[in-house]
Write a protein that binds this ligand. Structure first.
Ligand code: OGA
Ligand code: NI
Length: 377
């Protein structure tokens, strides 16, 4: 039966002439990422990026500001000099990790200059000529240095308006020459700083769980870390897609540095709450693996990044985990010292690499709750 042109416009998105797989492949094959589209002057976003109508609807419904909520801010200023301040900081971290899974950290001792330079380095990498960047383009998780657009491109319902440079910094870093020249030095310098601050954070988190301060580091929680250098180009139709689809992080802990543009939001009591840029601050969030070993005491919380007409926005996201897809036979399960008759284990022991593979295979960045749910006893 013939349909009139009006009917055609209101057809659902699954039209027969839309070969999504083919369009994804064509985009992937450009190896130029979302920035390549923007450079080519697109004024409407390709269909592979469009959120399904029901997701747009729920994004809109949530899209109001809830001023009464503010993500916790933790100030480390007096942590060394004042024992009372130390105790208070542990209490605040405990509250933030239990109730929000997120906090902003100020007076953390990473110099402002280093933070500015690493953000500038991320701009330099993504804004260099395509032929240099393309050499890094890959979808192989095992690669320690890779440029990609949407790690879950082929699994997610809608692609996000974002490109990423991933650099594994530990353990077993690649020879320094393998990091892109545009940001090599500053990534290595930032990595040392972020490692120092995480040593402090894992100590405070251990105490907040009622454990010996070295417990989480002794378990190897910060043995490995990778930097995800995110680049969110300006988007001509920000209402139709996201910069980063909602997800939880598949690591123990994430330390995130964002620029001044904004767009990061955290799900809190069923509301999307802005994480406003705060000069000099780092954002810290609990990952799935820490929720798992803390036996749900600490929460790994969904977050997302809105697309924006302003941009590009950049962020440097440091994920602490044991291995980052390198071969490893580490297990993780709820910490024995936390368990009791009234607090039985909620998760089974699991190989970390199996957890990560499962995470990826689900395209979990869009579909997140499943990854931890799968391990629940
Ligand atoms: C991530 C993430 C948010 C941001 O990379 O896991 O949540 O602000 N990024 O870039
Ligand atoms: Ni994240």
């Amino acid at each position: 039966m013939e349909m009139d042109s009006h009917m055609q416009k209101v057809l659902p998105t699954e039209e027969e002439d839309y070969d999504r797989a083919k369009e994804l492949k064509a985009f992937d094959d450009t190896k130029a990422g979302v920035k390549g589209l923007v450079d080519a002057g697109v004024v409407t976003i390709p269909r592979i990026f469009c959120l399904p109508p029901e997701d747009i609807l729920s994004a809109k419904l949530d899209d109001h500001h809830v001023d009464s909520f503010q993500i916790p801010i933790i100030d480390l200023k007096d942590i060394k000099s004042d024992p009372d301040a130390h105790t208070e900081i542990v209490e605040k971290i405990k509250y933030a990790s239990e109730k929000w899974g997120f906090f902003q950290l100020i007076n953390h001792s990473i110099p402002q200059d280093v933070m500015n330079k690493v953000l500038a380095g991320v701009h330099r990498f993504h804004e260099q000529p395509n032929d240099v960047k393309m050499g890094f383009y890959s979808r192989e998780n095992e690669k320690k240095v890779r440029f990609t657009s949407n790690y879950d491109l082929y699994q997610s319902k809608a692609a996000s308006w974002r490109d990423t440079l991933v650099c594994v910094m530990a353990p077993n870093p690649p020879p320094p020459e393998e990091y892109p020249f545009a940001c090599r030095e500053i990534l290595m310098e930032y990595s040392k700083h972020v490692q120092n601050i995480s040593q402090i954070l894992f100590g405070l988190l251990s105490e907040a769980l009622g454990l010996n301060p070295s417990h989480l580091t002794d378990m190897g929680c910060m043995e490995g870390h990778a930097l995800f250098c995110q680049y969110y180009p300006a988007c001509p139709e920000p209402d139709r897609t996201l910069g980063h689809a909602k997800h939880c992080d598949p690591d123990f802990l994430t330390v995130l540095l964002q620029d001044q543009i904004g767009g990061l939001q955290v799900l809190h009591q069923d509301h999307w709450i802005d994480v406003p840029p705060l000069e000099g601050a780092l954002i810290v969030n609990i990952g799935d693996l820490l929720q798992l070993i803390s036996n749900d005491k600490f929460r790994s919380v969904q977050h997302r990044v809105l697309a924006n007409r302003a941009g590009p926005r950049v962020s440097v996201v440091c994920l602490f985990s044991t291995t980052h897809f390198q071969p490893s036979n580490k297990f993780c399960g709820p910490i024995k010292e936390l368990l009791s008759a009234s607090n039985p284990p909620l998760y089974k022991e699991t190989l970390i690499k199996d957890f990560l593979n499962f995470h990826c295979s689900l395209g979990v960045l869009n579909n997140h709750d499943c990854a931890l749910a799968f391990l629940r006893l």
